[in-house]
Design a protein around this ligand. Structure first.
Ligand SMILES: [Zn+2]
Length: 337
């Protein structure tokens, strides 16, 4: 079997995926037709431009975000979007998915309704797509400010009473240049003290001081870890903080010049816990299999490396010990049967 096919069939673990960014172009078009009808000219125009192209510029990629937001503002839209994303990951043989989304008030839903719709849909998906286990990391969006963040965490803590099996942690994301990390330490500590894991976007931009503060504060996983000074990298290594590497996202956004120069290479060869993730598979037009294929080709990974990476992703996931056991059995069966 060729290595690409082997990777596609491989049971995979996705730990860094944002709901809206994971909506594929095909799904956006389908959802748009349902929401606006076939005759909406503006939407038709955007859809046609998506359909005609294979490759998108960064500017074109980012045009997908507002469309995804608009299509998930109703309960039905959110439900359809979430089911499509889970289906797409399941079709890519992802067996475990930690999905991130910012609970938000829309013109059609309260923040609580948004979150409840997400839980309901994840439970519905477990019967429709039984081969994939989905967990939620509600997001704090830095650009929305501290009061919004507090409200989100308190809502999530309340939801833990009935959905503790689905909520595994909190994600800190959004514009990394907005606000200061220190503003969020109190609310993140509260989340941590209530047994929520922390997956923080960190060192996404060049800001050594803030990266240092974040690493000192601690986190269960670091998203991206692109701009790490050697001092900060040493702290991450001492603390053994796993780093989620999103190759295509970083290259397309221009935070990393090329696949060859991606920090994944040094992290992996120094045996630091590192995982491959998609970030926004829809926006950047990729899949987790595709990310593994790129890593395999770029860094000449062998089957043993693919196994190590897969098992490491299980280890650093926020799944329960039993869920981890099930995933490891699936992975080992695939590699050794
Ligand atoms: Zn991200």
């Amino acid at each position: 079997m060729d290595i690409g096919q082997f990777i596609k069939g491989m049971p995979k673990v996705e730990l860094h995926a944002h709901l809206n960014g994971s909506l594929s172009t095909k799904t956006l078009i389908e959802l748009g037709k349902l929401e606006y009808g076939e005759s909406n000219n503006e939407f038709q125009r955007i859809c046609e431009s998506f359909q005609q192209k294979q490759e998108f510029t960064l500017e074109e990629c980012f045009k997908k975000f507002p469309i995804a937001h608009a299509l998930t503002k109703t309960k039905d839209g959110l439900r359809r979007a979430l089911l499509s994303v889970i289906r797409d990951f399941a079709l890519d043989n992802v067996v475990y998915l930690e999905l991130r989304t910012t609970p938000k008030t829309t013109t059609k839903m309260s923040k609580t309704e948004y979150l409840e719709t997400v839980f309901e849909t994840i439970r519905l998906a477990s019967s429709m797509y039984p081969d994939i286990c989905v967990k939620l990391l509600p997001s704090i969006d830095r650009s929305k400010g501290i009061e919004f963040a507090k409200d989100t965490v308190h809502l999530v803590l309340k939801a833990l009473k009935t959905h503790a099996d689905l909520i595994k942690g909190i994600d800190l994301s959004g514009n990394p240049a907005s606000g200061s990390f220190n503003d969020y330490t109190k609310i993140l500590s509260e989340a941590r003290n209530n047994n929520l894991k922390l997956a923080l976007h960190c060192a996404e931009i060049d800001n050594d001081g803030e990266t240092y503060e974040m690493l000192q504060f601690g986190m269960d996983r670091c998203g991206h870890g692109t701009y790490m000074s050697s001092q900060n990298l040493n702290i991450a290594k001492e603390k053994q903080i796993p780093i989620e590497c999103c190759l295509t996202s970083n290259v397309k956004c221009g935070t990393v010049k090329s696949y060859q120069e991606h920090h994944f290479k040094n992290l992996y060869s120094s045996k630091h816990p590192v995982v491959l993730c998609t970030d926004d598979s829809g926006v950047f037009d990729t899949t987790l299999s595709e990310e593994f294929i790129i890593a395999q080709k770029t860094f000449d990974l062998k089957k043993k490396d693919l196994e190590v990476l897969s098992l490491r992703a299980v280890d650093v996931s926020f799944a329960s010990p039993l869920e981890k056991e099930v995933m490891k059995t699936k992975i080992c069966k695939y590699f050794y049967d």
